[in-house]
Design a protein around this ligand. Structure first.
Ligand SMILES: [Zn+2]
Length: 288
């Protein structure tokens, strides 16, 4: 089972640069047309403010039959929020998206998979807001967040306090002795297509995840200290800013056509379809 998901935030992040929106619309339309052609459905995790500021984008995705999930309200990483801030953010985001599409939102992905050991309480907040399916767990070591000891590589049930959610973790594989993701973000850009497809064919489960901004060349410069600190909320040393710049821009030149070929060659389902196909009574339970 291959899951296909997109995180939608660019229109909001570049709200001060409306001249870029036609470009994002163009990429989104190309994705939606390819999915129609292949009769595939994906989950689009959208930031809540998109529902208020760019409802036409969310409505268009929804009207084409895809699932709308939640991707926080303004793309602040959950590990940078207090519990109270996270509760407010999640409520605001889910409410905005539900108002926009007139339907319950049941799936969630934290920006940058930013739920880890230190903010597991986020799962309770998701459940309080009616979220049933989560795709925020990165089951390997990561420079922040992540669950290196998660132990499950396929859909499972996560239990925290009195809360249970159906979890669709990022899939990882062993590369030179290290567990690494391969099917989304910078990892997808880094690994050759053949490697990604081979891993997917050899696995019973894979989760592909893309941002439009991950796939298109931007020619952006290294962020200034001020820009970096405003966005990442941590000290913007020269090293930190260069590392982030390199990670963000690695392999972007051919990334969009590479992703479109993957959609052409492989079959996918969204989280909603996957949930129906899985026998949850037999799924492993992970207590966090
Ligand atoms: Zn995102």
């Amino acid at each position: 089972m291959n899951l296909l998901s997109f995180d939608i935030e660019e229109w909001y992040l570049y709200r001060q640069q409306p001249e870029r929106h036609a470009e994002f619309d163009g990429y989104l339309d190309a994705i939606l047309n390819k999915l129609d052609e292949r009769q595939l459905k994906a989950t689009f995790f959208c930031v809540g403010e998109m529902g208020r500021l760019f409802p036409e984008v969310i409505k268009k995705i929804h009207q084409r039959g895809h699932e709308i999930g939640c991707h926080s309200n303004i793309h602040t990483w959950l590990n940078k929020m207090t519990e109270t801030e996270c509760r407010e953010d999640t409520h605001c985001a889910v409410d905005s998206l539900e108002q926009c599409i007139g339907e319950k939102v049941k799936s969630y992905r934290a920006p940058a998979f930013s739920i880890g050991e230190k903010n597991k309480w986020a799962f309770e907040i998701l459940a309080e807001n009616g979220i049933e399916r989560d795709a925020s767990i990165f089951p390997a070591a990561r420079d922040f967040g992540g669950f290196p000891n998660f132990g499950q590589k396929t859909p499972c049930i996560v239990e925290y306090g009195g809360t249970r959610l159906k979890e669709f973790p990022v899939c990882t594989t062993q590369v030179m002795g290290k567990e690494m993701a391969y099917s989304g973000g910078g990892y997808f850009r880094f690994f050759p297509s053949g490697f990604v497809k081979k891993q997917m064919k050899n696995s019973s489960y894979s989760m592909c995840y893309f941002h439009i901004g991950d796939l298109v060349p931007e020619n952006a410069s290294v962020p200034s200290r001020k820009e970096y600190e405003a966005y990442y909320k941590e000290p913007g040393t020269l090293k930190a800013r260069y590392v982030r710049y390199l990670k963000t821009n690695l392999g972007k030149k051919n990334a969009f056509p590479k992703m479109m070929r993957l959609i052409k060659d492989m079959d996918f389902v969204n989280l909603q379809q996957a949930e129906e196909a899985i026998n949850w009574a037999a799924a492993p339970i992970v207590t966090l």
